[in-house]
Write a protein that binds this ligand. Structure first.
Ligand code: PLP
Length: 444
């Protein structure tokens, strides 16, 4: 049997005690893989872009709000796209400079906007009311922060409704095809010399590349129209968002960044001409294939003739997979107690999590070598979003996350990315400091 780096990492995580009876679940990230994806992203756009064009690839922090990961990406020349004060704080803790940071969110508060403008972080304005706020702020305290307007080209959705941001009624951006909206956007840009960017993120996972390119084409055409009316370069930068889908069915990376850049180049050649600076905001495609959730099988049982492996990875780490399994199916790999790939004839079985509800299954009727107590499951392709969508139900702690580097001699070294949440931290989060407050209030 040939062992992959992933297999070696699983075995090392078990023998080194990162996963065991005390810590029955952990996240593992392949550092070399993350670096490779970052390099592929940069190379793909560099291949098509005119020399000297400013390009910022900003990682969507929502995909993995982990300080060491952001710092690793920064080393590879990748900045951050943030969508909340928490994500901005995480990016700043990673040392991401303001010039490499972009703020998007549909619900920015006044204080968030003020902070971003003061720091010089690029802001993508979502709607009319937010633009009015920025107008007032720019009048009282002018800022040189790059400011853009998010538009919704309303080109339609992809295969996952909840991930489709360019539907007619999406909550994001200015709906370009609504009556009068396009003229309003053009006027808004012509009236404000500081409004120099346009932004669109048309969806994530499940969007065909051609549809994504159609959204970028709409963004580009709008910029050209504004610049023509302005008689010069009013719009200087286009932020094309992220959204490259990930293949969750095998180890193959498809589509690739290069394929997407080529589709964009065919659909919107001017995008790469150097007329506009470019910003991208990829999240899932940078990390998904480089992470896994490794969990112990606590019990193996049968019900109604079906084998069920009760593991320690369920809805608390694989929230979307458990609640929307058709949209977010994941691969599960089976390992034995020592972390060796498990062999044996595949037997359809349920892979259950630890949560107290019947639907807490990461895979149903999945053919795998029959799992036994003490074995392990690895949920594959879970490097993006699975460590940032923790579900606090049943007070299950957030698991530790570790980066690994496999040496040519087969040894695996780990670095801590996030320490496992302790029960003390969990209790504190659950209001331990206020234990008496309700009783005291009731007593008057
Ligand atoms: C504005 C924005 N940019 C970028 C992303 C990242 O998308 P993905 O992880 O699919 O690349 C998202 C995802 O929700 C987003 O909302």
């Amino acid at each position: 049997m040939t062992f992959t780096d992933r297999d070696r990492a699983v075995q090392a995580a078990i023998t080194q005690g990162l996963v065991g009876s005390g810590q029955p679940v952990a996240g593992l990230l392949d550092i070399a893989g993350i670096r490779r994806s970052a390099a592929e992203l940069r190379a793909a756009f560099a291949e098509f872009t005119a020399p000297g064009t400013p390009v910022l690839h900003a990682f969507a922090v929502k995909a993995a709000a982990l300080v060491p990961v952001l710092r690793l990406l920064a080393q590879e020349g990748i900045g951050c796209e943030v969508a909340s004060p928490g994500e901005l704080a995480v990016a700043r803790a990673a040392g991401i400079p303001a010039r490499d940071t972009v703020l998007d969110s549909p619900a920015k508060t006044r204080s968030e906007l003020r902070e971003a403008l003061a720091l010089g972080i690029a802001v993508n304005v979502d709607n009319h009311e937010e633009l009015a706020r920025i107008d007032r702020m720019m009048a009282s305290a002018p800022s040189t922060a790059p400011i853009g307007l998010r538009v919704n080209p309303q080109i339609g959705g992809g295969s996952i409704g909840a991930m489709s941001t360019a539907t007619d009624t999406s909550k994001f951006g200015i709906p370009l095809r609504d009556s009068g909206a396009r003229d309003w956007v053009v006027r808004a840009c012509l009236d404000r010399p500081w409004l120099t960017r346009l932004h669109a993120h048309v969806g994530s996972q499940g969007m065909p590349l051609e549809r994504m390119a159609e959204g970028v084409r709409a963004l580009y055409d709008l910029a050209e129209e504004i610049n023509e009316q302005a008689g010069g370069r009013r719009i200087t930068t286009l932020d094309i968002g992220g959204g490259l889908p990930v293949n969750f069915a095998s180890d193959t990376v498809t589509p690739t960044y290069r394929e997407y850049a080529a589709v964009l180049h065919a659909a919107v050649p001017g995008l790469f001409s150097g007329r506009y600076g470019l910003v991208t905001e990829f999240g899932r495609s940078l990390l998904a294939k480089h992470g896994m959730v490794l969990a112990r099988v606590e019990y193996a049982k049968w019900a109604g003739g079906r084998p069920i492996a009760v593991t320690h990875a369920g809805a608390q780490v694989a929230t979307r997979t458990v609640f929307a399994p058709a949209a977010w199916p994941i691969r599960v790999a089976a390992y034995d107690a020592a972390g060796r790939p498990k062999t044996g004839a595949p037997v359809p079985q349920d892979i259950a999590g630890p949560c107290c509800f019947a639907g807490d299954l990461v895979a149903e009727n999945r053919p795998l070598p029959l799992l036994e107590a003490g074995d392990h499951t690895a949920l594959l392709d879970t490097g993006a979003y699975y460590f940032s969508t923790h579900f606090a139900y049943n007070s299950l702690p957030r698991p530790g996350v570790y980066g690994y580097a496999a040496g040519p001699d087969g040894t695996v070294r780990f670095a801590t990315v996030r320490t496992p949440q302790t029960l003390e931290e969990l209790t504190a989060e659950s209001g331990a400091a206020h234990a008496d407050d309700l009783r005291d209030l009731a007593l008057g």
